[in-house]
Design a protein around this ligand. Structure first.
Ligand code: UN1
Length: 494
């Protein structure tokens, strides 16, 4: 019998008002892991009411005290890291080393956000008038609506919710339908850490039944979303129409540039890890390699050879290097892009098909796939696939490689492999992405630096890092006039 999980609203665990449920399945073998509420707008209303009520007192709790609860949650997550990682591998498929990393990112974020509770710096500045004080401070926005994807089911909610709570907001959290269990643990851990009832509410369900009503709900004051470009732009349109604040993290088409002076062994390792780690299902995954013509054939040979030998399987098996895709739909999507690549005339040098031998038949497996001879404007070099498909593109110069990188409609991360310091600094300056790596792949951002992208990847916000409070706070400017007389700014200040 599958375990039954419930929404967390106002500090209580409750089913969907409709009584409807959905099943959480293991993508490696189709086993049922749990039954979750298929919530609707009425459950969102309940959660918003609880969050609004809790906001009245939570905003007045001193920030260092709010942060202590986040710190305690970090301690609990650390103590349960292994159990959480195993549950995550079962629910979304990536290998244990990676799910441990995902939980670790949550721990790192908890400690970082907790420290912010004793900073949350404002600015004091001289007034232009005598006997007058001027300063600015951060204030919470109110109720934050947090909508997260399945590929980093612990880390991404951590980047969003921990700063939001430290800043004094309360929250309604809707996780992806493919990874509800991690969100349930997240809510439970915060309850155990001492978070007051109603401060963090977790509502399970679909985008149309829960996400959409959250975006439209007047009681939710800011939406923070990570996920597909299509859904993100839909949210931006709706929220924009009603003047709601939105922070978006969407697609990527991240490139690794390999110059002719690069350490090819290191570059190959980094390409394999960035392209096929998490089965290519990272916003930061490398899906393009732009390689100098002098080392092109050698790099293609090395990457194709290694991609072919990667071991597919259940992420709980220590021998597995690449886990399943999240669901059947993703397998179909990847298969379609492989066909598109072939039709476009690219040369398939590794993979290119679903894998179904032995136990793999029970899950959603696809072989790590490499195309060579890809034109920079081919669809497989331009559109986000979100799977284990790599497009290798030939280039003749650094300038051309940077131009190809920057022509993408996305701008999350990019990377260059070179031994030449002048080329490295040119790339650092000219690669137009939110994150740039030198002699390192495109994945693996650390929590204490801003995370986010340029152009179509986002809408100008950065999460985590020293920017973590920006999406979840308003600036309030305060003037205190202690002159005892009317002083008119811009007029009496000669
Ligand atoms: C994502 O894929 O949405 O930089 C997040 C990385 C991880 C986070 C990825 N720290 O690859």
């Amino acid at each position: 019998m599958a375990r039954t999980f419930r929404n967390r609203i106002g500090g209580r665990e409750v089913p969907a008002r409709s009584g409807r449920t959905f099943l959480n399945l293991d993508p490696a073998n189709g086993e049922t892991l749990g039954e979750f509420p298929a919530s609707g707008p009425e459950d969102v209303n309940d959660a918003v009411a609880a969050a609004s009520q809790a906001f009245r007192s939570w905003r007045l709790v001193p920030a260092p005290k709010r942060a202590e609860i986040v710190f305690r949650a970090g301690e609990l997550i650390r103590a349960r890291k292994e159990d959480l990682a195993r549950a995550m591998t079962r629910e979304m498929g990536k290998v244990l080393a990676e799910t441990r990393g995902d939980v670790q990112e949550g721990i790192d974020m908890a400690y970082l956000a907790a420290g912010e509770g004793r900073r949350m710096y404002g600015v004091t500045t001289p007034s232009e008038m005598p006997d007058k004080w001027a300063m600015s401070m951060r204030a919470p926005i109110g109720v934050a609506g947090v909508i997260t994807p399945w590929n980093f089911p612990f880390a991404i909610p951590s980047w969003k919710l921990m700063p939001a709570l430290v800043a004094g907001n309360t929250a309604v959290f809707k996780p992806a339908g493919d990874t509800p269990e991690m969100a349930w643990h997240f809510g439970k851990l915060f309850e155990e850490a001492g978070l007051p009832a109603g401060v963090l509410n977790v509502v399970f369900g679909s985008g149309s039944q829960v996400g959409h009503p959250m975006v439209e709900h007047p009681g939710i004051h800011v939406i923070s979303f990570t996920g597909s470009t299509e859904v993100g732009l839909g949210i931006a349109g709706k929220a924009g129409g009603i003047g709601k604040r939105v922070s978006l993290e969407m697609g990527g088409k991240n490139a690794i540039i390999v110059m002719d002076d690069a350490d090819l062994g290191l570059a190959t390792d980094a390409i394999l890890w960035s392209a096929f780690g998490t089965t290519g299902q990272r916003c930061t995954a490398c899906s393009r390699v732009i390689v100098h013509e002098k080392v092109h054939d050698e790099l293609v040979r090395r990457v194709a050879e290694r991609a072919t030998t990667l071991k597919l399987g259940d992420g709980l098996d220590p021998a597995t290097e690449v886990g399943p895709l999240i669901n059947r739909g993703q397998v179909e999507r990847v298969r379609e892009y492989v066909e598109i690549g072939k039709r476009e005339g690219a040369r398939l040098v590794a993979g290119g098909e679903a894998a179904s031998e032995g136990a793999l038949a029970r899950g959603h497996f696809f072989r790590p796939t490499v195309f060579a001879g890809v034109k920079p404007d081919a669809r497989i070099a331009v559109e986000e696939i979100f799977g284990p498909v790599l497009a290798m593109i030939r280039t003749s110069s650094l300038e051309d490689a940077i131009r190809i990188n920057n022509a993408s409609s996305f701008g999350l991360s990019s990377s260059i492999f070179t031994a030449d310091v002048n080329r490295a600094f040119t790339a650092m300056r000219d690669l137009d992405t939110g994150i740039v790596y030198v002699n390192h792949g495109t994945t693996g951002a650390e929590t204490h630096l801003p995370f986010g992208g340029t152009r179509g990847t986002g809408n100008g916000h950065r999460e985590a890092g020293h920017t973590m409070l920006d999406p979840f706070t308003e600036w309030k400017s305060i003037y205190v006039d202690f002159s005892g007389r009317l002083q008119r700014a811009q007029i009496d200040n000669r």
